[in-house]
Design a protein. Structure first.
Length: 271
């Protein structure tokens, strides 16, 4: 019995794409790939959740520590729930260090309609990008914790600043945080596509993010809506958290990696 009732048997040919069919682009191509690669994306999501587990444990305890240091609320149960949500959010939107490189490589190839072995290519690019991935992971912890802390201080803590200025600085800090998170889509696509030093990689990713800020923001809002839909299932019943493991960890990043791949490829073609 190949695969599981044939669902995960990647050795047999798929239905393919009719060469005479009109070429799909953008929104239509995204869903066409999603439906054709659905079970591979499910497999990828499960694999990514396992490899990202150490990062998720770190995110969870950092979220717990952050809430304790700032004494956000005196409710242990709420602190745990918020830490779980923060962990899922960070893993979905900054892709958990080296694991993000493996995830991005497979999703980038899916976006290009190129071949990729879900597990072999994933694990190969985790190892090949281990150094850059660890640097990204450490930077994420420092920058995200730093910006989140600054925003909290501007909005909540009594500071020797006029309220209007404190509010402005708080919103500006949140915008910086959003831009930094959005930059990860280009950062990982560039990481698995080019042989760059980390400084050049980071600078190019930031330049692309700023150049495409509005469409990038729209794409991330769509990804956030998808994330919220999975989270709604979790609110209905904690057992639905398995849906996030089975699909969410790959589906949510597929939205922004698909867009980032199209932008990088368009620059390569000189468009």
């Amino acid at each position: 019995m190949a695969g599981f009732f044939g669902m995960f048997d990647y050795s047999r040919p798929g239905r393919g794409v009719d060469k005479d069919a009109p070429q799909k682009r953008g929104f239509f191509l995204f869903f066409d790939i999603l439906f054709r690669k659905f079970w591979r994306i499910v497999t990828l999501s499960c694999a990514h959740s396992l490899v990202s587990l150490p990062s998720m444990v770190i995110y969870f305890f950092l979220a717990m520590l952050w809430q304790s240091l700032f004494r956000v609320w005196d409710n242990d149960r709420l602190t745990v729930y918020v830490s779980i949500y923060a962990t899922l959010l960070l893993t979905s939107f900054i892709s958990a260090g080296p694991a993000g490189a493996g995830l991005c490589y497979v999703l980038r190839n899916f976006s290009r309609e190129s071949h990729a072995w879900v597990w072999d290519d994933y694990w190969t690019h985790v190892k090949e990008n281990l150094g850059n991935g660890l640097v990204v992971f450490l930077l994420d912890i420092i920058i995200i914790v730093g910006l989140a802390s600054a925003a909290y201080l501007y909005f909540v803590m009594p500071l020797p600043l006029p309220p209007l200025i404190a509010a402005f600085l708080g919103f500006f800090t949140l915008i910086m945080l959003a831009v930094y998170i959005m930059m990860h889509s280009f950062l990982y696509v560039l990481m698995v596509t080019y042989d760059m030093k980390f400084g050049q990689l980071f600078r190019t990713a930031m330049q692309l993010t700023l150049a495409k800020l509005f469409p990038c923001a729209v794409v991330y809002i769509l990804a956030l809506i998808a994330f919220a839909a999975f989270l709604t299932l979790y609110f209905i019943n904690v057992a639905f958290l398995t849906a996030f493991v089975a699909l969410g960890f790959a589906f949510v990043p597929f939205i922004y990696f698909y867009y980032a791949t199209s932008v990088v490829d368009a620059y390569n073609r000189g468009e």
